[in-house]
Design a protein around this ligand. Structure first.
Ligand SMILES: NC(=O)c1ccc[n+]([C@@H]2O[C@H](COP(=O)([O-])OP(=O)(O)OC[C@H]3O[C@@H](n4cnc5c(N)ncnc54)[C@H](OP(=O)(O)O)[C@@H]3O)[C@@H](O)[C@H]2O)c1
Length: 273
C-alpha cells in the first residue's frame, strides 16, 4: 500500500529527520507534496529543499527536526505560517507539549515523537505522545511510524523521556559497546577490520536470536556460560559494573534533557519581538 503524505514541512532536516525520510522512502511513501527547510539549503534527496521558511499555504503537518536550543529563534517566524489545520510534530528532546503549545497556540494538535536512527532501515523505535490529538490522528500516526519500526503511543511525557533515553540515545550506547568488543578483540590479536565485523555480527546475531525465539537475556547468557567456565569468569567482571554504568549513563542524559526543557521554558518568557 503506497501512502502519499499530505503537505508536510520538515523544518530542520539533519540526521534524525533525514533518517525518518530515508525509512519512509524505503517504504515507498510519496513525498510529492512535502518540503524540507534547512539553512544550508543542502538538498534532501527526493524533497524540495529550501534555505528559508516558505511563504506558502500552511502545511497539514509540520515536523520540527532542529536542535531544542533553536526553538526560541525559529518558533516566532514559523508559528504565523501554520494554521489551525496544521498538526505540529516535534522530535525536540526534552521540550514538553505545553511549551510547544505556548509557542504554537493556533495549531490543531501537538504531537511529540521520540524516534531513533535505525528508522532509516525501517527497524527503529518511535515513542509518540500527545495531549490533544484526536483518535483518528493517533491511528494515522501509528500507521505512518509503524512503517519504519515499532511505533508506541505513550500516556505520559515521563515515559516519552524514558524512551528517549533508552531507544533515542540507545544506538550511541550500543555502538560504543560494539566498538569496545572489537577493541578487546584487537588486543587479543585480531585484525581491526575483522574484529569490527565480528563484534557487529555477534551483536546482530544475538539480537536476532533473542527476537526470533522470544528469549530473555538471562536465558541467553545462561546458555552461553557453563558453570565455572570461561564466559562465567568474564561475566563476573561485567556484571559488577554494567547495570550501574548504564543506569548512570541514562541518568546523565536525562538530566541534560531536563536542562534543555528548562531552557526552552525560560525562553518563552522573552518578548517575541
Ligand atoms: N540524532 C538522534 O538520534 C535523535 C534521536 C531522537 C531525537 N532527536 C532530536 O532530533 C533533533 C535534531 O537532531 P539531529 O541529530 O538530527 O541534529 P542535526 O543533524 O544537527 O540536524 C539539525 C537540523 O536543524 C537544521 N537547522 C538549524 N538551524 C535551523 C533553522 N534556523 N531553521 C531550520 N532548520 C535549522 C539544520 O540545518 P542544516 O542541515 O542546514 O545544517 C539541520 O538540518 C533534535 O531536537 C534532537 O533532540 C535526535
Amino acid at each position: 500500500m503506497m501512502i502519499r503524505l499530505p503537505p508536510v514541512w520538515f523544518v530542520g532536516c539533519g540526521n534524525m529527520a533525514g533518517a525518518l525520510i530515508a525509512g519512509w522512502q524505503k517504504a515507498e511513501v510519496d513525498f510529492t507534496d512535502c518540503l524540507a527547510v534547512r539553512p544550508s539549503g543542502r538538498p534532501v534527496p527526493g524533497l524540495r529543499t529550501l534555505a528559508h521558511l516558505p511563504d506558502e499555504a500552511a502545511p497539514e503537518r509540520c515536523l520540527l527536526g532542529f536542535k531544542p536550543q533553536s526553538l526560541a529563534a525559529i518558533a516566532p517566524e514559523l508559528a504565523p505560517r501554520l494554521s489551525e489545520r496544521t498538526v505540529l510534530v516535534s522530535m525536540l528532546a526534552g521540550v514538553d507539549a505545553a511549551t510547544l503549545r505556548n509557542w504554537f497556540p493556533n495549531v490543531e494538535a501537538v504531537v511529540r515523537i521520540m524516534p531513533n536512527l535505525p528508522v532509516s532501515e525501517r527497524d527503529g523505535v518511535t515513542g509518540l505522545y500527545s495531549a490533544d490529538a484526536a483518535p483518528d490522528l493517533r491511528d494515522r500516526m501509528a500507521v505512518l511510524f509503524g512503517l519504519i519500526g515499532k511505533a508506541i503511543w505513550l500516556d505520559s511525557e515521563t515515559e516519552l523521556a524514558a524512551i528517549g533515553s533508552l531507544a533515542g540515545a540507545g544506538p550511541a550506547y550500543v555502538a560504543r559497546f560494539i566498538a569496545a568488543l572489537a577493541k578487546a578483540g584487537v588486543e587479543r590479536g585480531l585484525d581491526p577490520a575483522m574484529a569490527d565485523a565480528i563484534a557487529l555480527e555477534t551483536v546482530l546475531g544475538t539480537a536476532a536470536m533473542a527476537k526470533a525465539r522470544a528469549e530473555n537475556m538471562d536465558s541467553i547468557a545462561d546458555r552461553v556460560a557453563s558453570p565455572n567456565g570461561t564466559t562465567e569468569a568474564g561475566l563476573r567482571i561485567l556484571d559488577a559494573e554494567l547495570d550501574h554504568l548504564i543506569d548512570q549513563t541514562l541518568e546523565a542524559a536525562s538530566r541534560r534533557g531536563q536542562e534543555l526543557a528548562e531552557a526552552a521554558r525560560i525562553d518563552l518568557t522573552r518578548p517575541l519581538a
